[in-house]
Write a protein that binds this ligand. Structure first.
Ligand SMILES: [Zn+2]
Length: 143
């Protein structure tokens, strides 16, 4: 008796599985429809996407516009020797006529030119202008 009932259940399950393999449930009305059906035969609504639209169009736009321009120049921030802004400022302001700020910046040749022409008064005038320029520089600034 028990064996028979188990067998019957197995047969029943197999039948259910067979039906389930070919059929699916409509997500709108819940009715059993064929698994290949795109439109539900019971409620008429679309349950699957049309085959031609299943593959989404992938447009790969791979334009590479990288342009590495290296504009590192000597004298840029962080390059060269750091100089104290205020030392250079006061040297240019008071001793600019003899090129003291140029010597401080390590520009020995320019300093000598300032020194040679100090009697004309022009280097002290340039030194005054350079003192103002130094005023707008970061502290420390780099030469
Ligand atoms: Zn339906």
């Amino acid at each position: 008796m028990e064996k028979n009932s188990v067998l019957e259940k197995n047969v029943e399950q197999q039948e259910n599985n067979n039906v389930g393999a070919d059929m699916k449930f409509c997500k709108h009305c819940g009715g059993k429809i064929h698994k290949d059906a795109v439109l539900c035969t019971l409620c008429g609504r679309q349950v699957e996407k049309m085959n031609e639209n299943t593959q989404p169009q992938i447009i790969i736009n791979n334009e590479n516009n990288n342009s590495n321009v290296n504009t590192n120049t000597v004298g840029a921030v962080g390059v060269g020797n750091p100089k104290n802004k205020w030392v250079a400022f006061f040297l240019a302001l008071f001793l600019g006529g003899i090129g003291a700020h140029k010597f401080y910046e390590g520009k020995i040749l320019l300093g000598i030119i300032y020194l040679v022409f100090c009697w004309t008064g022009i280097p002290s005038f340039i030194g005054f202008i350079e003192a103002i320029i130094i005023l707008f520089k970061p502290n420390p600034y780099y030469v």
